[in-house]
Design a protein around this ligand. Sequence first.
Ligand code: NAP
Length: 320
Amino acid sequence: MMAKANLYVNLAKGMKMPLLGLGTWKSEPSKLSAAVKAAIDTGYRHIDCAYCYENEETVGDGIQAKTTDGTVKREDLFITSKLFESFHRLGDVESGLKKSLQSLKLDYLDLYLVHWPFGIQNIEGEMCPTGPDGRTLFNDVHFTETWHGMEQLVQKGLVKSIGVSNFNISQIKEIQALPNKVPISNNQIELSPYLVQDDLVSFCKSQGITVTAYSPLGSPDRKDPQDDDPILMDDPKLIDLARKKGKSVAQILIQYHLQQNVACMPKSVTPSRILENFQSLHFTLTDSEVEELKSLNRNNRYCTYDEAFGHPLHPFDPTH
Ligand code: NAP
């Protein structure tokens, strides 16, 4: 077993969040419990989950196995999950959380995020209800209503901190303008050298909001890649830099975020990659190498949620 070496960032309320975590979107349930166990054995203490990944039960199995065998205590772990869009009404927020808690077999979360700024109609038994035209039935619940529900979860001790995901600067400001009782601890957004988003990252940091990078490897296993999407891990400059540093491309991409004090959640169900990704903690890039990586920016987004284009709360609808 390798030496444990975690990096942390301070959250609002003095909590510490491990900067490197295990992503779980698209992780096949048959492999995920073993992946969570391998990750915890390797030294990961942060696991990034969501109700809509439909695999929190198996994440919970992995966590339970590692707390039962004494490898870790619950309080050693930092578990993040996300409120699904159909639970955005004030009266639905707690039931959304409870579904995740039950699947994860936990009685609290360390961080709970509003997954997207817009909501979907809550229809019993249907995760993503669709209308006669086959399109998802979104609703007009405003995220400021949802945020009040999130604050109540903290007050009830069901979650330790709250934040948002996929929110743009003006949407964050709308929450900040509320008579808030609980600060926004985190904004989880897509980030990579192909989508640098310096304005959003700097704004969040200036407000004491930590930033988490999702799809840091370019999400090569996402379901609907477009033919003209560039493949991040095939970028020749990245490959050159990795060769020069004697590291893998994935390790370069992960360390790129950690070094900027941005948390990073690479997903893998492959134990050798889970270890390889964790070893990103063991080297550094120079400032000029980070700048060189930033110069690859092409504002390319892999996760567009284009089904919701046209919704007034879509955070990056190009037609707005
Ligand atoms: P990603 O982490 O960018 O890429 C995952 C893919 O890379 C998988 O196919 C994985 O394969 C492969 N991989 C992992 N390590 C590798 C390595 N060392 N070398 C080569 N390939 C490697 O994709 P992502 O799942 O889109 O993003 C990561 C996490 O961010 C998600 O799982 C989720 O937790 C979070 N996320 C959040 C949002 C949001 O809206 N908040 C959206 C997207 C993602 P194997 O698994 O087969 O090893």
